[in-house]
Design a binder for this molecule. Structure first.
Ligand code: 6R9
Length: 695
């Protein structure tokens, strides 16, 4: 399999029936089979001369302080930002934390009582320091030749205009604002405008369906939604406004009416006059925003006031609204960005993520802007119009730091070296990877072909919930091992634990947890603090549980092995199997569905769905398409199953629990490894399923 070349097996595939509730069986058995790899890739002397941290010893010293004196360590860094009111020191501390459910309610606060504004720190601060004419965004459109440039001063003006408009609509501190937009410069601008007035942005990736958007709207109840008329991705045009209209109708029926829909006309597909329009609710951005004042008073907020909500998938139920606050997140996003990419003022940074995901929040918007960086904002996809597009853009803007996902790397790798080598790429200094484990063969291609062996690779492990990087190389500080995210960031105390919540020491493998709070961590789940505690802090008492499995080698390097819960990682997007299952069973012909992940050459994991139809319903191609469409319309196209496997019955225990371990083996065609099926209520189901493989 694809992951085979890493010598690692995912805990998920071995501890197949793992559920957070039932931690049954030994944890360490899975990744222990890994092969030790000794190829260590060191940075060049020239690179190390410009490294912010240039040796492991220097890191160890800084790390030691960061965990022994977190308040001193983070307080010093926080002091380099602008605070309207400096954060107070209480009993020698700048933060308070309880992450142990046995000791009471889980609660984390950093810099509480301090007043600041992240938009002010990301924009005004730089303009006031004389950087107003520095380029903030090099916007590159989906189509070649369509581009725009915005300086810090210009971004600030646009942010102010939008913020003024939002205020004029009555949006105030603490109010939620939904954003459903493609990667126009207006998307990060919209986020910053919310932050400026203390409003809480809730960005929904513009690939989600109307149903998903509606659910998120119902959960956070915004009175205004920002969108654009359409989006062009590659050669496809999608009318976003139609999707928003649909979601808003559902929201009204569901009990929440959104008063204003501000639509950016990006001049695609449909003309203004042909756009479905609801007078009183719908407003063209261009009609009301550019006429606003270019100055807007900042709303100073407490460090612990909410900055944003971002919904993410879990192993059960509906998506969770991960809530991040202002001060700790600001300090953490900025510091991790600077160190993991060895950022210098003359860098040009490009992150290919969409603002609809956490990477687009922390490392396309806040992290780089807080550092005063110039960055590329790209509307399109990496292989349009061809596989050379990324490197063409790298050369066009002299990109020095390039940050993308393993799925993009693997897909470009399949087009061969020529589209890469056709372009010079001589500006590149650092390469980054995020979203899923990067297999060593893709790592090596990225390093050797894209980076000409010159650029260290920062494989950054983190999550929506962590706000920023947790385990990541600091380029130049220590040697890299292809496939390993290497060592913890400052202030992060990872713990590898077994199923009894016992921390393992030295070389080991198990569940990846964290044993103390860090500034960027989420504070709660929107409207559901109990779920926050049960999901993240109850499974292993005394720890934050990440949902990932990992191994730690003799050098202390971490090797992430994938999710150990029922979350599938498709092209770096988290998808809960339960969500896909519920979309499938929403189809009137579907009686039952069970979804598992399988290794996919490009996407990392693909979605494999076992579907039982109602009695007397015949399988057909048409039905297969209809089922896939049900998922598209309930969640979004990116969650469409790759395989529908007709299942007359599903393998269940006598207590009715579906044995996913068996389904995973059938999905990955490891039919000889189905294992013990004696606990099944009906063992003949397995053979039936095997016979229907590929049918
Ligand atoms: C940032 C982001 C989080 C999950 C996480 C893990 C996987 C992310 C990774 C990685 C191995 C890396 N993941 N980065 N696994 N190596 N460098 O992707 O956030 O969408 O919340 O996903 O992604 O499984 O638990 P999010």
């Amino acid at each position: 399999g694809r992951r085979g070349d890493s010598g690692l097996n995912s805990l998920a595939s071995i501890r197949a029936n793992f559920a957070i509730k039932a931690l049954d069986g030994p944890a360490g058995d899975a990744v222990a089979v890994s092969v030790e790899r000794e190829d260590v890739v060191e940075a060049s002397e020239a690179f190390r001369e410009r490294a912010l941290v240039s040796s492991r010893a220097q890191y160890e010293e800084m790390y030691k302080r960061s965990v022994e004196d977190p308040d001193g360590f983070w307080g010093d860094i926080a002091s380099t930002f602008f605070w309207k009111k400096k954060f107070p020191v209480k009993d020698g501390k700048l933060h308070s934390e309880n992450i142990d459910v046995r000791k009471g309610r889980v609660a984390v606060e950093w810099f509480k009582g301090g007043e600041t504004n992240i938009c002010y720190n990301a924009l005004d601060r730089h303009v006031e320091a004389g950087l107003g004419d520095k380029v903030a965004f090099y916007w590159e459109g989906n189509d070649v030749g369509v581009d725009a440039k915005l300086t810090y001063k210009e971004v600030l003006e646009r942010v102010c205009q939008l913020a003024n408009y939002l205020r004029s609509q009555g949006v105030k501190k603490g109010d939620a604002v939904a954003i459903y937009m493609p990667m126009l410069a207006e998307l990060p601008i919209a986020m910053l405008a919310c932050a400026r007035i203390g409003a809480v942005h809730s960005v929904v990736f513009a690939g989600f369906s109307a149903e998903s958007l509606y659910q998120r709207i119902l959960d956070c109840k915004p009175n205004i939604i920002l969108t654009s008329s359409a989006v062009k991705r590659g050669a496809k045009i999608i009318n976003l406004k139609d999707i928003v209209d649909d979601a808003l109708v559902r929201a009204s029926e569901g009990g929440h009416t959104v008063g204003t829909c501000l639509t950016f006309d990006n001049n695609l597909a449909i003309k203004r006059e042909d756009t479905a329009w609801q007078e009183g609710r719908d407003i063209w951005w261009q009609d009301v925003v550019p006429s606003q004042e270019k100055k807007c008073e900042v709303e100073w907020v407490d460090a612990e006031d909410t900055l944003f909500l971002l919904y993410t998938s879990g192993s059960t139920g509906k998506p969770k609204g991960v809530l991040h606050t202002t001060g700790g997140y600001m300090v953490y996003a900025a510091t991790t960005f600077k160190h993991a990419f060895n950022y210098h003022d003359d860098d040009v940074y490009w992150c290919t993520a969409d603002c609809g995901w956490i990477t687009g929040h922390s490392y396309l918007t806040y992290g780089p802007l807080l550092n005063g960086a110039s960055m590329v904002v790209f509307e399109g996809v990496p292989n349009y119009p061809d596989a050379g597009r990324c490197w063409e853009i790298v050369d066009k803007y002299n990109v020095t730091i390039f940050y993308t996902a393993p799925t993009a790397i693997r897909s470009l790798m399949r087009s061969g070296d020529e589209p890469v080598k056709r372009h010079s790429r001589k500006s590149l200094r650092v390469l980054g990877s995020v979203g899923e484990p990067i297999n060593p063969s893709a790592w090596k291609w990225y390093h050797e072909v894209v980076g000409d062996k010159r650029c260290p690779i920062s494989d950054t492990w983190w999550q929506t919930e962590t706000g920023g990087f947790m385990i990541t190389p600091l380029p130049g500080a220590w040697g890299l091992k292809p496939g390993s995210a290497t060592l913890p960031f400052f202030g992060v105390q990872p713990a590898v634990v077994d199923e009894n919540a016992q921390e393992q020491h030295g070389e080991c493998s198990g569940y990846l947890c964290v044993k103390a709070a860090w500034p960027g961590m989420m504070r709660t789940l929107q409207g559901d603090h109990d779920r926050y505690e049960t999901t993240y802090f109850a499974p292993f008492k005394g720890f934050y549980f990440s949902g990932d499995g990992c191994r730690r080698d003799k050098d202390g390097y971490y090797w992430l092995t994938g999710r150990v819960d029922d979350v599938i990682n498709v092209s770096g997007h988290r998808i809960g199997t339960a969500e896909v299952e519920s979309a499938l069973v929403s189809h009137p012909m579907c009686a039952e569905a069970a979804v598992v992940g399988f290794d996919h050459e490009v996407k990392g994991q693909g979605i494999y769905a076992f579907v039982t139809l109602l009695e007397d319903v015949e399988y057909s191609e048409e039905l297969r398409k209809a089922l896939i469409n049900a998922v598209r319309s309930q969640i979004g196209a990116f969650a469409a199953p790759d395989v529908i496997h007709w299942a007359p019955g599903l393998p269940k225990t006598r207590s009715g629990k579906i044995m996913r371990r068996i389904l995973r083996k059938i999905a990955s065609n490891e039919l000889d490894q189905v294992g013990d099926i004696s606990t099944l209520a009906d063992t003949s189901v397995v053979e039936q399923l095997i016979n229907l493989r590929g049918k």
